[in-house]
Design a protein around this ligand. Structure first.
Ligand code: AMP
Length: 285
């Protein structure tokens, strides 16, 4: 049975006890509305730790004023039922008032890595993410934390925070889980109309095309980006926010994929903003 706990001091006590008993503790931070992508992270965590904490918290500080905080899907009972099946030990589901004091004043800002891509499009987003993840790390004290490569910039931000603040937590990035037709799973996919859902397939197709270009020897970032843009612009419902090729750790733009690069994009379909990415790793030999 998964234990569901809202009180952070109780979570701290339970996790301390586990660690003292020599049990390895893993944390999987989520905002709930769980799908197979999230569950893959929990399975991964359960494979490397004896006690797996899944946090479910729609973190208000990572949403902009005109974003979807209010209507973000929430289904704690359904989430807990799913988590029973994948080896979670404890669900930490705090409410916003217990996570943020009315006069909360301390923020974690990860410079540079947070600047481009989603950081440029969503000012303050990564400050909210880094701050809440730092708080979760301080409450749970995990040995390992598992994040999805779906949010590749988030992985880079968290890795940098852990390194810079000497947190000593192992960060694992798990592969993107996709629907059978290629769309990257996301809690926000439920916002898409049937037409938008169909058109959104252009994203994974464009990423596949980029990977094929790499396989046939193309390494120029501009050439690859131009092709990806052309493909996505072929969809009348797609509104491109960015298509970038960057270094996966620094998120700084690169001109070639020769040393490996991250192709990341954000595209709106109606009011729904989707992100997706692929690591462009040159084939050996
Ligand atoms: P979220 O609930 O959207 O904040 O996501 C919680 C965690 O699940 C993050 O580390 C995400 O990167 C990860 N995640 C979300 N969607 C996917 C997916 N399709 N595949 C793998 N991981 C995912």
């Amino acid at each position: 049975m998964v234990q569901v706990v809202a009180d952070k001091e109780e979570v701290r006590r339970i996790c301390d006890e586990k660690r003292r008993a020599g049990v390895r503790v893993a944390l999987v931070p989520t905002m709930g509305a769980l799908h197979e992508g999230h569950l893959s992270l929990v399975r991964r965590a359960a494979g490397s730790a004896g006690f797996v904490v899944v946090s479910i918290f729609v973190n208000p500080t990572q949403f902009g004023p005109s974003e979807d905080f209010g209507r973000y899907p929430r289904d704690l009972a359904g989430d807990v039922r799913l988590l029973e099946t994948v080896g979670a030990s404890l669900v930490f589901a705090p409410d916003a008032s217990s996570m943020y004091a009315p006069d909360h004043s301390t923020w974690v800002t990860v410079e540079n890595v947070s600047g481009g891509l989603c950081g440029a499009a969503r000012p303050g987003h990564f400050r909210g993410v880094a701050t809440v993840v730092a708080k979760l790390f301080t409450i749970v004290h995990p040995d390992v934390a598992v994040f999805g490569q779906k949010d590749a910039q988030q992985v880079a931000v968290i890795r940098r925070m852990v390194r810079d603040l000497d947190m000593g937590i192992e960060i694992v990035a798990a592969p993107i889980v996709r629907e059978p037709d290629g769309l990257a799973m996301s809690s926000r996919n439920c916002y898409l109309s049937p037409d938008e859902r169909r058109e959104a397939l252009v994203l994974s197709r464009a990423l596949d095309a980029a990977r094929e270009m790499l396989e046939t020897g193309e390494t120029g970032a501009e050439v690859i980006k131009r092709r990806v843009r052309e493909l996505i612009e072929g969809s009348p419902l797609a509104g491109i926010e960015y298509i970038e090729i960057v270094h996966p750790d620094t998120i700084a733009p690169v001109e070639t994929t020769t040393d490996g690069a991250l192709l990341a994009l954000a595209v709106k379909f109606g009011n729904t903003r989707l992100i997706d990415n692929v690591l462009l790793v040159p084939s050996k030999g």
